[in-house]
Design a protein around this ligand. Structure first.
Ligand code: PLP
Length: 439
């Protein structure tokens, strides 16, 4: 017997049903669940680094439900797509074509973990030098791999202090990590200097460009000052780049790229029962439908599409920045990409007040500030709406001193309808393809 509990209008199946549910009932339950989720298309999410993928990219994912590159002999078509996607990424980031290699992964966490795993195996080191602004995935990776983190302070612009890094590099250093787009400020570390440091001391330099990877190349192509961050710097040994952030690919799509394919050998283990007798990935079964989604996203966007997307996101970031300053909230540092942070003594209070009104933003602690990520789903209307809401909150509750609440609470979205009245997804869109995939 299935135990079904009605909870806020959403049925929660708590036990495997004895009797199969009819598809209509399943779709209704899924629809109810999805209606309670936030929808990027409402334009009210400024706290996430993900966005609505392109429709064709989403459709492509659903066409590859069984793709598993953990057993690549069974999906040579998907394997070819991965080679093409990786080749495009390596080319975009100026990797040497003859030696470089990469893999499509679930996201930045997996990529950072694999990068440090390779670095540890390659060097035998036991420490990792990291900026204090590093994403928490790197803390997890260090902990899992038994690497001792050696934290380097950042300057007033959130950039790693190179002298501090130089002092921390020692014989037992497995890798130095630099950021091309920090999570909180979008700051880019002085990677040219870090590259020189890494070369002179003979240590790998991993660049976490999970967010910046799909911004920086196009920012440069828009005529803005170029910021060196990729394999064109000779000391960069590996890069994390997440297509599911600014690449317009569906979640989960990350990538790890390396200058030298030898690094992948360092993590190789035997996988005798599979079509490839050696495994060079963290996961066994690799959810690989995202390769198809990433291919569709990159081919649909092209350089011109990404340039347009970055131009628009940067213009909206400028608009938001001016609006924040006009409200008396000074920005923390000049935005390098589509992230802006504005100082306020009680960012948690403001964040919660906005959340109650159906807007998602983030609070950062050092310095205390509200942080906004202006993703491709943001529009002029949504940026202006956010600023109006913020102005109202600052006028009526200047301190916005509310007790911190969980970001899980959805405030204005509780009705289950889109806050902007925009049409929501229909149940058909979660249906698997009727025909089994070929191959
Ligand atoms: C710079 C950076 N690296 C890594 C990650 C982790 O990526 P994911 O959440 O896809 O695992 C993030 C996530 O926001 C990030 O901003």
């Amino acid at each position: 017997m299935s135990a079904v509990r009605e909870r806020g209008g959403t049925s929660a199946a708590l036990r495997l049903p004895e009797v199969p549910w009819p598809p209509r009932r399943i779709r209704a339950a899924l629809r109810r669940a999805r209606r309670s989720d936030w929808d990027f298309r409402d334009g009210r999410i400024f706290g996430s680094m993900c966005t609505m993928p392109l429709p064709l990219a989403w459709e492509s994912v659903h066409a590859f439900p069984t793709a598993n590159l953990g057993n690549p002999g069974l999906c040579p078509g998907t394997a070819r797509l991965e080679e093409e996607v990786v080749a495009m990424l390596l080319d975009l980031f100026h990797a040497p074509p003859l030696t470089a290699q990469g893999q499509i992964l679930s996201g930045g966490t997996e990529a950072n973990l694999m990068a440090l795993w390779m670095a540890r195996e390659f060097t035998g080191g036991t420490e990792v030098v990291l900026p204090s602004s590093a994403h928490f995935s790197l803390t997890k990776a260090a902990r899992l791999l038994g690497l001792t983190p050696s934290w380097v302070p950042v300057d007033a612009h959130g950039r790693m202090q190179v002298q501090g890094a130089a002092r921390r590099v020692r014989r037992r250093t497995a890798a130095v990590v630099g950021l091309a787009g920090s999570t909180e400020l979008g700051a880019v570390d002085p990677l040219d200097e870090l590259s020189r440091l890494a070369l002179s001391r003979g240590v790998p330099l991993h660049v976490d460009a999970a967010f910046g990877g799909f911004v920086l190349p196009f920012r440069h192509e828009l005529g803005l000052p170029g910021i060196p961050f990729d394999f064109s710097l000779p000391g960069v040994t590996s890069m994390t780049v997440d297509p599911h952030k600014m690449g317009m690919a569906p979640i989960p799509t990350g990538s790890l790229l390396t200058r030298d394919r030898e690094l992948w050998r360092c993590i190789e283990v035997a996988s005798p029962y599979l079509t490839d007798p050696t495994s060079r990935s963290l996961l066994g079964t690799r959810p690989s439908s995202s390769v198809a989604g990433c291919f569709a996203a990159m081919m649909s966007m092209g350089r011109q599409g990404y340039q347009g997307m970055v131009r628009r996101a940067l213009a909206l970031t400028g608009r938001l920045r001016s609006g924040l300053e006009a409200l008396g909230l000074p920005i923390v540092t000049e935005p390098t990409m589509n992230i802006v942070a504005a100082r306020h003594p009680n960012p948690r209070g403001l964040q919660n007040a906005l959340l109650e009104r159906g807007w998602d933003v983030s609070a950062i602690r050092e310095p205390p500030a509200l942080r906004f990520v202006v993703m491709p789903h943001a529009t002029r209307v949504s940026v202006d709406g956010l600023l109006r809401e913020l102005a109202g909150i600052l006028r009526t509750h200047p301190s916005a001193a509310r007790s911190p609440r969980s970001r899980g609470s959805r405030g204005g979205a509780a009705s289950g309808r889109g806050r902007t009245g925009r049409a929501r997804l229909e149940p058909e869109e979660v249906r698997l393809p009727r025909a089994p995939p070929s191959g």
